[in-house]
Design a protein around this ligand. Structure first.
Ligand SMILES: [Ca+2]
Length: 323
């Protein structure tokens, strides 16, 4: 970002996350970038219960020397039972390497309150990186309906638009973990909303050879062992998929990706498709009598469709090996 005076401004980011192995990598990625500041972290249920996600967020802020508030967020989705993903991230959410209890504690306010309050206090100055289920963001919209105009950029990791899902045949995990919340966020009218889904993250698969280049004492390499084992069994090839850090990279450098612009909704009632992101992608001539039939009244958002994966994986390697 450049100010009117030509000075480079720091991008100030609130991270909403469910750490989570790739969430941890996203924090490593952000920490390594110049002109970027993580100003707060909110935690949410998803990969693990929110208490574990909060402890992990605190552990990561201590490990990375990030002196930022961590607020504990929603313990369950808006309208369905809690489901977690320890098979992907390990019982402790960090592949068995979470380690000792954190020495710091989370703040008094909830993650939704933190997001709403910080946006009010810093209008149009803060960007949001949401890399877990969107429950906190939906709750923050209830606290502060002006949230879309108060935030600068919003990047959400979620969705499987024109590719298969990963938690069900059609749904990506973050949106599936709280479909109602995801739909509320897509309906809220965020003017600068970018969605980073499986269409692009699955293409950033980092092979085993990428992992092999990391030093043995590197914490990300340790936690990635469990994650890579999961992806090895899931995909039948060694390596892992860096969903959350790619979303972080696209927030900082939108030119890393190309986009499909559309109006999006989440399927809430489909027997096989609940949690899937949908858009009306038909080609319709301007004079066509067939009107669009999905989310016609919604503000357009950008959905990432391609990315420079080689450049990103080089950036990620640099970020996770910094002392
Ligand atoms: Ca996550």
């Amino acid at each position: 970002m450049s100010s009117p005076t030509g000075m480079i401004e720091r991008m100030r980011i609130i991270v909403d996350a469910d750490p989570g192995i790739d969430d941890a990598l996203a924090l490593y990625y952000l920490r390594a970038q110049r002109d970027t500041e993580i100003v707060a972290i909110g935690t949410v249920h998803g990969n693990v219960p929110v208490q574990q996600a909060t402890a992990n967020a605190l552990r990561l802020t201590e490990r990375l020397n990030l002196n930022v508030p961590v607020a504990m967020g929603a313990a369950k989705p808006l309208a369905q039972p809690l489901a977690t993903a320890e098979d992907v991230h390990g019982q402790d959410g960090l592949g068995g390497y979470a380690g000792d209890e954190p020495t710091t504690t989370h703040t008094e306010q909830s993650a939704a309150e933190q997001l709403a309050n910080m946006a009010r206090e810093n209008p149009k100055e803060l960007s949001l990186l949401a890399i877990g289920p969107l429950t906190n963001v939906a709750l923050a919209l209830q606290i502060e309906p002006r949230l879309p105009e108060l935030l600068d950029k919003v990047v959400v990791m979620g969705g499987a638009l024109n590719v298969p899902g990963n938690i069900t045949s059609h749904a990506e995990a973050n949106f599936w973990h709280d479909p109602e919340a995801a739909d509320l966020v897509l309906a809220a009218g965020f003017p600068h909303l970018t969605i980073v889904g499986l269409d692009v993250t699955m293409e950033s698969h980092a092979p085993q050879e990428w992992l092999d280049t990391l030093p043995h004492d590197c914490f990300p390499k340790k936690i990635l062992g469990f994650y890579a084992d999961f992806y090895g069994s899931f995909l039948g090839k060694k390596g892992f998929v860096p969903h959350d850090p790619l979303a972080a990279a696209i927030l900082l450098d939108p030119g890393l990706a190309s986009y499909h612009e559309d109006r999006f909704a989440i399927e809430l009632t489909g027997r096989y498709t609940r949690g899937k992101i949908v858009a009306d992608q038909r080609f319709l001539a301007p004079e066509s009598p067939f009107g669009r039939d999905i989310a016609t009244e919604r503000t357009k958002a950008r959905y990432a469709v391609t990315a420079d994966h080689a450049r990103f994986l080089d950036q990620l390697r640099h970020a996770v090996t910094q002392p």
